[in-house]
Design a protein around this ligand. Structure first.
Ligand SMILES: [Zn+2]
Length: 216
């Protein structure tokens, strides 16, 4: 009889054990709906983060003008440097040895490009900065002109030529030196408001650009 009771008890324990064994993983696993919800939330979060990034960094509206408009707006030297990728003379330009507190904006469109606290005397003959005001305010591109391979710096908003950026290993806090034409930038003292910025226009048609009178 005792053996019989023992067998019944053993069988019962075994059955309960099996039940727990098979039920436990099901209970431990999160419900399918919860997985779906988490995945959906995750996708939503990614979308929100992406939207936040877009909100923080709106695409910069371009300033586009015809050659005739730029020529009218700029001095002959500024037009040559900014719009024809020219280079001004070294050492005798306006901002080479200018170290007042303030900011430097694009002489063509007014976008702030550099701050005085990143300007230094590099001895190269042109204003030198070790960083731009913001990475998206300048555009860098490979320049193979004059038998050299250099990195050209242009204004991200109006595509005007500013100068070149060079590697300066251990020479500056960023290991870079922006060598910028004085005539490409305009200084605004720290205690003065930024100058007027030109209205943006998105496109110039070839017909508009061809409207410039032919050089005499
Ligand atoms: Zn510009």
């Amino acid at each position: 009889m005792k053996i019989c009771k023992f067998l019944v008890l053993f069988a019962t324990l075994l059955a309960v054990g099996r039940q727990v064994w098979y039920v436990a993983p099901v209970v431990a696993a999160p419900p399918t709906s919860a997985v779906t919800t988490n995945a959906a939330e995750s996708t939503l979060t990614r979308k929100n983060r992406s939207a936040d990034r877009r909100k923080k960094k709106p695409a910069m509206e371009k300033v586009v003008k015809t050659r005739a408009e730029w020529r009218e707006l700029l001095s002959a030297e500024a037009f040559h440097v900014l719009r024809e990728k020219g280079t001004e003379r070294p050492f005798v330009n306006e901002y080479d040895h200018h170290f007042e507190p303030g900011s430097y904006s694009c002489a063509a469109c007014g976008l702030v490009l550099f701050e005085s606290d990143t300007k230094f005397n590099s001895g190269c003959g042109w204003p030198a900065f070790y960083a731009a005001k913001a990475e998206d305010h300048v555009k860098l591109s490979r320049d193979r002109s004059h038998g050299m391979i250099r990195t050209e710096v242009t204004c991200a908003r109006c595509d005007s030529h500013l100068g070149h950026v060079f590697d300066e290993p251990n020479g500056t806090p960023t290991n870079q030196r922006y060598c910028i034409n004085s005539v490409s930038i305009k200084f605004t003292p720290a205690d003065e408001p930024q100058p007027h910025q030109h209205a943006a226009r998105k496109v110039v048609t070839p017909e508009q650009d061809a409207a410039e009178p032919a050089p005499e």
